[in-house]
Write a protein that binds this ligand. Structure first.
Ligand code: FAD
Length: 341
């Protein structure tokens, strides 16, 4: 059987993790990542990288839970290995707090994170404006380490990397047998998928080395996430807003909101503003499609639209995308195939 050539479009978190997963789980294939932007210039580089799932509408909770479980367990194993520092992955404890009782006191992911509990009154005294809270230990991926680490892993597996903007997936059909589309917000143009929309996120990366616990307001708008070399303060969630430059009013507001949750943050220094466009979509797209043109066929696996929760599910969606690639290979090798293999 000839080597199967797989081209992955996108070098953010989803493209790199999917490419690594394919290169490690599918024998006799070559993998190349093609993208116009690489770390540190992708949306994924702006994210805090916390594993706290975001519920995806239209997708059964059991499937989302599996994606989260697979991602959590995979990263937990890395955090317990000698690779943890290079990969930028570590365990982190903290609180998610609510000003009124949430509809769901125990979220679907409560039995996957470690030590999930409803906060005691003693714990809540730190947050006098909040009436309810959840304490737990989860994982954080520091993207400025994790993305280069994934890239190194991919190259170590023989994967190739090409800097190129793709205007149309058919450009890739002479070079690759299967194309995997992980172009995030870029899918709006590349696939003419007008259901994809930006959810603008502005954050501050600050120096505050005394902060060791995460704090997240239950509405997900205000958060304090300590990382390896800085603390991420957030945030904004501005739908259909394409602005990539920082808005000084947003920055002032973020710092003020975070100081209400953690007053010691009034002493932060080294403030850097960052903006990213989360790839919003009514439903995350993880599916196979056969493109046809002039009697030619191109098998495509889509993996995009992770919105505000890509880090929390990326390895689970990469595993499922790799399975879809295996299904494409089985079809290409099948007896009725008119394919080129
Ligand atoms: C402020 C902020 C905070 C966040 N915090 C968290 C968090 O704590 N936890 C969490 O789980 N998630 C978080 N997220 C969400 C997470 O960052 C995203 O879900 C994830 O990064 C999406 O990854 P992606 O690879 O799909 O997109 P991207 O990182 O945008 O990568 C897309 C890639 O596709 C390439 N591309 C696009 N179009 C083309 C084209 N036509 N030709 C060639 N290449 C193309 C781009 O160059 C890029 O390489 C946050 C997001 C933001 C903005």
């Amino acid at each position: 059987m000839a080597t199967i050539k797989i081209g992955v479009v996108g070098a953010g978190l989803i493209g790199l993790s999917t490419a690594v997963c394919i290169s490690e789980s599918i024998p006799k294939c070559s993998v190349a990542v093609i993208a116009d932007r690489f770390t540190p210039d992708t949306t994924s580089d702006v994210a805090a990288g916390m594993l706290i799932p975001h519920a995806y509408p239209g997708i059964p909770i059991s499937r989302q839970k599996q994606w989260f479980r697979e991602t959590f367990n995979y990263l937990l194993a890395i955090s317990n290995s000698s690779e943890a520092a290079d990969a930028g992955i570590r365990l982190i404890s903290g609180w998610q707090i609510f000003r009124s009782l949430p509809t769901e006191e125990t979220p679907f992911w409560a039995d996957i994170v470690l030590g999930f509990h409803k906060m005691t009154q003693a714990e809540l005294t730190k947050f006098p404006q909040h009436v309810f809270g959840q304490g737990f230990t989860t994982l954080k991926c520091d993207s400025l380490f994790y993305l280069p680490w994934l890239m190194k892993r991919l190259k170590g597996n023989g994967g190739q990397v090409h800097i190129k903007r793709i205007e149309n997936l058919w450009e890739l059909c002479d070079t690759y047998d299967i194309v995997v589309n992980c172009s995030g917000i870029g899918s709006r143009e590349l696939m003419s998928d007008l259901t994809v929309f930006p959810i603008r996120g502005q954050v501050l990366k600050v120096q505050a080395p005394w902060i060791s616990h995460f704090i997240r307001d239950g509405n997900g708008l205000t958060y304090i996430y300590p990382g390896m070399h800085d603390v991420t303060l957030g945030g904004t969630r501005q739908k259909d807003d394409w602005r990539l430059h920082p808005d000084p009013e947003n920055s002032k507001d973020i710092l003020a909101r975070c100081c209400v949750l953690e007053p010691s943050l009034c002493r932060v220094w080294g403030i850097k503003e960052r903006v990213g466009l989360r790839p919003g979509r009514p439903e995350l797209r993880l599916q196979r499609e056969i493109l046809s043109q002039d009697g030619q066929q191109l098998p495509v696996v889509h993996n995009y639209g992770h919105s505000g929760g890509g880090f929390s599910v990326h390895w689970g969606t990469a595993i499922e995308a790799a399975q879809l690639v295996r299904d494409c290979i089985a079809e290409l090798n099948g007896p009725s195939s008119k394919a080129k293999l």
